[in-house]
Design a protein around this ligand. Structure first.
Ligand code: AMP
Length: 452
């Protein structure tokens, strides 16, 4: 299939070609015709599937036909949980819409509100926003929705995880009833279905399994290692493999800062990205990482969520996440758009429960390898036997902690959002993808088959 058969007009097709895309991804092939037909859409798709173009392209097409936005009005509203994601979507809107005369802008917290008010004054066709800042702007009468035609909730599950439900409901209450609704979420948990009930009307349901995209192309591996040897092991891996672009995940901002310093002390160009960093510092770190000035980006989960980094070859879980589904999100950024990638986890004995939780969610035992010179003094216990996932029921994660400040700041400015603690759900759809890990170098394999 090609983009030309999807019903998009020449200026948009030209922009797509200039982006270098020749074939629509599965979500695009399904979502674009449905949105163009004016249907509501409910799509289960993660970052990396091409979902952004899946909703942006048909929205541009639809809006290019109607009347342009009047003062302080927005014709399409794209709500998204984090600043980074908002900025990236806005960039995509601009890229795909560059041959059209539509106006778009992006608003999020943590930066001055006045320039955003100014940009909204003349009206915009597409407004990309995080919920808290959008409400502030609405309350200050900087934006109005009388002309709103289309609403997109992107990464809806994450918005609920981050405590945005109340804000979303407040926003929905001020939108015109007659509109087209597009709901994108990594999974359809019961909470998302509940939200959808009051939102979408007889929607076209689309589900694309990451199996077809990221997961199958991502090699996953566990390096058992003592806690105090993790930083030296990471430095060893970076240097021996000459990793040029690696994202390292940490649980805390403090940990991210500390590791960044340790890497820099070893002559490795590293930058931290987390909620305590100013927007400017985060944007700069990401730009430097993309252009290769920075080789290692040390990130917390919320700050890194949804970052669009093309074809990232290497992800390192320096610590396993408390919320096992975050593992899936983390590795979702390797092997984008068909490229292959590797995700390695440095796991110490204390983390065996977290490892078991991850393996349960992905329904796979990860292969283990011990790197020569880093044999742990405290061996990593054997994995728990896998039990099947119970579908549909959100799992309560006993150890689930939410980095409140990080989530809040990266999602929006301080508005007192409370993490719900709910909706920690199984993604369950990355299944059985990683039996083919390829050990390399002179690392010793450890057999964990006893656990299978
Ligand atoms: P997304 O899931 O929207 O974050 O997109 C993931 C990545 O895939 C982005 O870097 C897009 O630029 C890229 N992408 C989106 N659609 C296509 C396509 N049809 N062909 C190749 N790459 C694409």
């Amino acid at each position: 299939m090609s983009f030309t058969s999807l019903g998009l007009s020449a200026p948009i097709l030209k922009a797509i070609t200039e982006q270098g895309y020749d074939t629509p991804s599965p979500i695009q092939a399904q979502a674009i015709p449905a949105v163009l037909a004016g249907d509501d859409v409910m799509a289960a798709a993660q970052t990396g599937t091409g979902k952004t173009a899946g909703f942006t392209l048909p929205i541009l097409e639809l809006l290019s036909k109607g009347q342009s936005a009047k003062a302080n009005q927005a014709r399409a509203l794209i709500l998204t949980p984090t600043r980074e994601l908002a900025a990236q979507i806005s960039e995509s809107v601009e890229n795909y819409g560059k041959n059209l005369s539509l106006k778009s802008t992006v608003v999020f917290g943590g930066v001055k509100i006045n320039p955003q008010m100014t940009r909204l004054r003349g009206g915009v066709d597409i407004l990309v926003a995080t919920p808290g800042r959008l409400l502030d702007l609405y309350q200050q009468r900087a934006v109005n929705f009388k002309q709103l035609e289309i609403l997109v909730l992107d990464e809806a599950d994450r918005m609920l995880d981050m405590g945005f439900l109340r804000d979303i409901k407040k926003i929905l209450a001020v939108l015109p009833k007659q509109r087209q609704n597009l709901l994108f979420s990594a999974t359809f948990s019961p909470d998302i279905r509940e939200l959808a009930k009051g939102l979408v009307n007889n929607p076209v349901e689309i589900s694309v399994s990451p199996k077809n995209t990221t997961a199958e192309t991502v090699e996953q591996l566990v390096y058992p290692v003592d806690k105090n040897k993790k930083a030296p092991l990471l430095i060893h891996l970076i240097k021996t493999h000459n990793w040029q672009q690696v994202i390292v995940f940490m649980k805390t901002k403090h940990g991210a800062n500390k590791l960044t310093k340790q890497l820099e002390a070893q002559g490795i160009n590293a930058a931290a990205i987390h909620g305590n960093k100013s927007q400017g510092a985060r944007t700069k770190a990401l730009a430097n990482f993309k252009d290769g000035t920075v080789n290692v980006l040390v990130a917390t989960d919320i700050a890194a969520r949804g970052l669009d980094i093309d074809q990232l070859p290497q992800v390192v879980n320096f610590e396993l996440p408390n919320v096992p589904e975050d593992y899936v999100h983390r590795i979702g950024r390797t092997g984008r758009a068909g490229a292959s990638g590797q995700a390695v986890s440095l796991v110490c004995a204390d983390e065996i429960d977290l490892l078991n939780d991850v393996q349960h969610v992905i329904q796979t035992h990860l292969d283990r390898e011990i790197v020569e010179g880093f044999t742990p003094v405290h061996p990593l216990p054997e994995s728990r036997k896998l039990k099947p996932l119970k579908s549909g029921k959100p799992k309560k994660t006993k150890s689930a902690k939410f980095d409140h400040k990080d989530g809040q700041r990266s999602g929006d400015n301080a508005r007192g959002h409370k993490p719900t603690g709910k909706n920690r759900r199984h993604t369950g759809n990355t299944s059985n993808n990683n039996s083919a890990n390829k050990p390399g170098g002179n690392r010793r394999r450890v057999n964990n088959s006893a656990t299978k």
